[in-house]
Design a protein around this ligand. Structure first.
Ligand code: FAD
Length: 433
């Protein structure tokens, strides 16, 4: 307990691993503490890995990281109860030497990432939970207490990468409790199928893959989305909704997932599969306005714990890795300048984050969470109307096309009214800017 570390990193998800790796590579004496049996043991994600964020930490990660499929096709589905209207983008350009997005299995991926952290020279303590932050008489964070015997562990700075619940930060009064409006509860299953079956059902081969993001009546008027991702020999399928909406509706995420799996557009994709894993996890989807304080004297917060998720683009792990790296680079920079880890100096982390895509994107979409929450028709009425319009349009039944057009316009006006339509368009445009 006499040793004083340059930095302690709490958590070994993408944010913590990225921070610990960067700190260790920067020559700092780092201790990383993870409560799981190993990094990734209980971590849940869809999961899409965005290569760019990892490449900035470990440029050669493709050599040995456990990757499932690189994504060549993105499908976006607007669903009603019996149909989906899809926007599919597929390109051979995604079959590039260094693919841009991959599906991964988090337990394997996190474990690999953490082995790289160890190789870089960090000390990693697993099966250990940080219970409290230690402060000096002036309130500055100087270390942590854990559930293991051995007393306090001291450090110049503590990097909180503890994920969405952020209990350590909360207990220390650095942040408020999570608001039910600002978090989604997502559930996910892994459906195993032979590799050839996955490939023929999704029209893919080799290690290319498809991802589907889905919205519409599958969330029963609540704010949320569903997803279907192809792994090598399995399909990950999940759905999530804002916790406040779930509480109000009394519906369980599992019932939603069950209905999603039974949807006629989805059922054939997973038919005959063996379900091997069921998991539930929170996602901080409140956006920029829900962010807690991210730094102070002797501490910084990164990843989900800092509420850094771009729900519109389904990005989280990349913001986690980017923020972990940027926080760590700031700490290394301060150390080289022999400057102290005071709040004033650590504010450089915030400045760098503001200059990066992380806070630029969160700022851009800061009005979207409230927009979706206050306008449930956006995720319910429009997919239904779109589906009806598509059916009217594509069904050949002797009705003249002009009459079909009129029917589509009439149905839009009947469902929402001209004022409602214009209002929604304006609200959407204002929030999107
Ligand atoms: P986490 O991954 O949650 O890691 C936190 C770590 O800290 C854990 O290992 C935990 O055990 C540990 N820990 C917590 N408290 C303590 C403590 N007191 N002491 C010691 N250790 C502690 N993002 C994407 O980019 N792409 C996707 O496809 C995607 N899909 C998702 C699908 C689902 C169903 C969910 C739930 C999330 C998804 N996300 C996705 C979001 C993504 O998973 C998160 O943004 C990302 O995991 C955040 O990383 P993190 O390191 O901040 O937190």
């Amino acid at each position: 307990a006499d040793e004083r570390f340059d930095a302690i990193v709490v958590g070994a998800g993408p944010a913590g691993n990225s921070a610990a790796y960067t700190l260790a590579k920067g020559g700092l004496n780092v201790l990383q503490i993870e409560r799981g049996e190993y990094s990734g043991a209980k971590n849940v994600q869809g999961a899409i890995l965005y290569a760019d964020a990892l490449e900035k930490v470990i440029p050669d990660f493709r050599e040995d990281a456990p990757l499932e499929r690189h994504i060549i096709e993105q499908r976006i589905w607007m669903m009603d109860d019996t149909s989906h209207t899809g926007m599919h983008y597929r390109s051979d350009d995604f079959n590039e030497e260094k693919p841009n997005r991959y599906t991964i299995i988090r337990s394997q991926f996190d474990r690999w990432f953490n082995s790289r952290v160890r190789d870089a020279g960090a000390t990693v303590l697993t099966e250990t939970t940080v219970t409290e932050l230690l402060r000096d008489s002036k309130g500055r964070v100087i270390g942590v207490l854990t559930d293991r015997q051995g007393g306090p562990i001291l450090a110049n700075v503590v990097v909180l990468a503890e994920g969405v619940n952020g209990l350590v930060g909360q207990r220390a009064g650095l942040r408020e409790e999570l608001k039910p409006k600002a978090v989604a509860l997502a559930v996910k299953e892994m459906h195993f199928l032979p590799q050839e079956t996955v490939e023929s059902r999704f029209n893919i081969s080799g290690d290319s893959g498809v991802v589907i993001e889905a919205m519409g009546t599958i969330t029963k008027g609540m704010t949320g989305t569903g997803f279907i991702y192809t792994n090598r020999e399995s399909i990950a399928i999940g759905i999530g909704c804002i916790v406040e909406d779930l509480a109000r509706s009394g519906m369980t995420p599992y019932a939603l997932l069950d209905a999603f799996k039974r949807h006629p557009s989805v059922a054939p994709l997973i038919a005959g599969s063996e379900v091997k894993e069921y998991a539930a996890h929170l996602i901080p989807e409140g956006g920029f306005n829900a962010m807690p304080e991210i730094l102070g004297d002797g501490w910084v917060v990164v990843g989900d714990a800092a509420h850094l998720v771009n729900a519109v683009h389904r990005e989280g792990s990349n913001l986690a890795m980017a923020s972990g790296r940027i926080a760590a680079e700031t700490i290394v920079w301060l150390k080289r300048r022999r400057e102290d880890t005071t709040a004033e100096n650590l504010a450089e982390y915030r400045r760098r984050l503001e200059d990066s895509f992380v806070l630029k994107d969160l700022r851009k979409y800061k009005k979207i969470p409230d927009l979706l929450h206050n306008n449930p028709q956006l995720l319910d009425l429009y997919p239904r109307v779109l589906s009806k319009a598509a059916q009217t349009w594509f069904r050949v039944d002797g009705v003249e096309k002009k009459a079909k057009e009129a029917e589509i316009v009439k149905s839009l006006r009947r469902e929402r009214g001209l004022g409602g339509l214009i209002g929604d368009a304006m609200k959407f445009a204002r929030a999107w800017r």
